[in-house]
Design a protein around this ligand. Structure first.
Ligand code: CA
Length: 661
């Protein structure tokens, strides 16, 4: 995520609570699942956690906003730290908030920490029968088959970017339902929307935050508003602005499920971007309004720790927060059939919690994919060795982290958009590329002392590294290539380097990841951080799918090549060491390797891959023999682009070459 500057000040109350709580980790927590509202027609049970509260109550409302409460009921304290009551009568369609009293004062209302349905803008929870939110056929919805994490191909996207273009051909622009539409096309007849994902061949969509976030006013659907959504409000409810009606609590839930169902039918798994590491505003957060002082880490002086750069960091090591994260993830798996999770600033969370989440998810389905950003915006207050940082990935089995080594080895460093690297012909980044090619594992031919960020391998398995060159953060690839080339560089050169970068990503033994629109040369007009930029910056301009049909075809065929050839996705560190051999190259700014000996059972005996970042052709020595070329000079064709003889093979400038024996 990109940090959003929000000034968060802790309430004086929470500070005093924190100071007064000698050992919050000992506070009682419920043994069973967190269950704040249970509805049956005869009665509704309410329950909220707040062990140190003096009193607690639930307010019932007729609507999701406005008006006075219909009724208020006192809650009764239990030994497990929860407060609860049962209200008789059929409350379906009503809304509620909790309120807790500390030091003689009622805190502001909240929908609780685990609301499953909310009214507009998420301020009140809603009483609905979840069964009525299931679309037709939901009970037979199934995850598309996945044999190995090595087979995962990720496509990161934002609901609004993806379909808001007037030329998208999509009816429900910017909505969950956009991803249910089939047959959508741009003006030139090229597929868009869901059909574009199917055509491209990706098998996982990674949705930017789709839980209820704070920054878009859901009551103004006709006003163009934009945010990535890294400002969580209700973690367990879909965002209202992506629904056709944010005021009806069932609609966002049903439409989200329709989206998952349609993607599953298309063979595509769904990954949620989850942002448990911080909240939008501590004082106004549901956590702080129920158990002040508990859910956030503090520095020794009592001030809020800020590993997120957003004014706070949550305390995953606290028993209730850990329980909350595990149950929240399981809820999305069970209720919404979610297939994977991308943890924002995962380095803020502790290793024990992440491993507990992995184990809990695996007990339902071990093929659910989990990965995250193995870093934080600033140092969290927990010791580094306890955190799910990239360097600790080998201690997080079944969890992957983004590999920024190859990303920045290709495009240039994260902290200077104008600075290029391998792509623009700057030598010295070869080992960082090799690090990404092997999937961040220990490989005898990688000189780790020359890798940009990590002087040691950090993944135990190659499937623990996400291979990428661009994502929602920073410039997108087209902008970055343009920004690092001389101003006079032509589009033709930018396209060559765009393709070269995607080749490195899609032939890596890590798990490949594509940022939405890279396949159509989408740019953001050079904007580095577009978290709240208008549509004019963030939109995927679908006419470009036709204008850059050649780029699209290249990426699509690379994906197909990867899918057809297990050598590119060995999924096992020992196999990578055995079968992936780097070739000696004399020139700088060239990385060449082969996948040898029918790697992974591949029908091709030896596959050679050469990445050439130079502005001239280079020669690479390969054993004598006859090879079929499947990628050369910006073209991919699995059926063959011609034959080359072994010995000295010429690899065209600024491009990748792949050939096999
Ligand atoms: Ca919202």
């Amino acid at each position: 995520m990109k940090t959003i500057n929000i000034v968060c000040t802790a309430s004086l109350l929470s500070l005093s609570m924190a100071a007064g709580a000698q050992n919050m980790a000992q506070w009682p927590i419920p043994a069973g699942p967190i269950c704040e509202m249970t509805y049956v027609p005869a009665a509704t049970r309410f329950s909220v956690w707040g062990p140190m509260a003096e009193r607690a109550r639930v307010n019932l409302y007729a609507a999701g906003e406005g008006d006075e409460p219909l009724a208020t009921h006192d809650l009764v304290r239990s030994m497990d730290g929860t407060w609860s009551t049962q209200v008789s009568g059929d409350l379906q369609g009503k809304f509620y908030t909790f309120q807790l009293m500390y030091e003689g004062k009622w805190l502001d209302e909240s929908p609780g920490i685990f609301a499953k349905a909310v009214g507009v803008n998420g301020r009140r929870a809603a009483i609905i029968d979840m069964d009525t939110t299931n679309p037709e056929g939901w009970e037979s919805d199934e995850r598309p088959q996945l044999n190995s994490f090595a087979d995962v191909i990720l496509y990161e996207m934002h609901h609004r970017d993806y379909s808001i273009d007037p030329e998208s051909g999509v009816k429900y622009k910017g909505k969950f339902l956009a991803l249910t539409e089939r047959g959508t096309k741009n003006a030139a007849g090229a597929s868009t929307g869901l059909d574009n994902l199917i055509e491209l061949g990706v098998n996982h969509v990674h949705l930017l935050p789709s839980y209820d976030y704070a920054s878009v006013d859901e009551s103004k659907p006709d006003v163009p508003q934009y945010n990535w959504g890294y400002d969580p409000l209700n973690y367990n409810v879909p965002e209202g602005s992506y629904a056709t009606n944010a005021a009806d609590p069932a609609v966002r839930i049903r439409e989200f499920k329709q989206m998952v169902q349609a993607l599953h039918k298309a063979g595509i798994r769904v990954v949620l971007d989850v942002v448990y590491n911080h909240v939008f505003d501590v004082a106004g957060s549901n956590f702080e309004r129920t158990a002040p002082g508990y859910f956030y880490r503090r520095r020794a002086d009592g001030t809020l720790a800020d590993g997120s750069g957003c004014g706070n960091e949550t305390a995953s090591e606290m028993p209730m927060m850990r329980k909350y994260m595990i149950e929240s993830v399981l809820y999305w798996v069970n209720e919404y059939h979610i297939d994977g999770f991308r943890f924002d600033l995962m380095g803020i969370h502790d290793i024990e919690t992440m491993n507990a989440i992995r184990n809990a998810v695996s007990s339902i389905d071990p093929t659910i994919f989990i990965y995250g950003e193995g870093w934080a915006a600033a140092s969290p207050v927990l010791p580094a060795e306890q955190l799910a940082m990239k360097a600790n990935t080998s201690g997080l089995p079944g969890i992957a982290a983004f590999g920024d080594e190859m990303r920045d080895g290709l495009r240039g460093p994260w902290n200077n958009d104008a600075d290029g690297a391998f792509l623009i012909g700057r030598p010295g980044h070869e080992e960082s590329i090799k690090f990404g090619i092997v999937g961040a594992i220990d490989h005898p031919q990688v000189d780790y002392s020359k890798v940009n960020y990590s002087q040691a391998p950090w993944a135990a398995q190659p499937t623990q590294m996400i291979s990428y060159v661009s994502c929602h953060d920073d410039m997108c690839l087209a902008d970055r290539v343009k920004a690092t080339l001389p101003a006079k560089a032509k589009m033709e050169e930018r396209i060559r380097l765009h393709k070269l970068a995607e080749t490195a990503v899609l032939t890596s033994q890590g798990v490949p990841f594509i940022w939405t629109g890279d396949e159509v040369m989408r740019d953001k007009k050079g904007v580095h951080n577009s978290y709240n930029s208008p549509d004019s910056i963030n939109v995927i301009p679908w006419r470009q799918k036709s204008e850059f049909a050649d780029v699209y075809k290249y990426i699509k065929e690379l994906i197909a090549l990867r899918k057809h050839h297990p050598a590119f996705r060995l999924g096992d560190a020992a196999k990578v060491v055995e079968h992936l051999e780097f070739l000696p190259v004399k020139q700088a700014n060239v990385v060449a390797y082969r996948l040898k000996g029918h790697a992974g059972g591949d029908v091709w005996e030896d596959i050679y891959i050469v990445l050439n970042g130079n502005r001239k052709a280079v020669k690479v020595d390969v054993p004598k023999g006859e090879y079929t070329v499947v990628c050369r000079d910006g073209q991919v064709d699995e059926a063959g682009l011609g034959i080359v003889k072994g010995g000295r093979v010429s690899v065209p400038a600024q491009s990748a070459m792949i050939f096999y024996k």
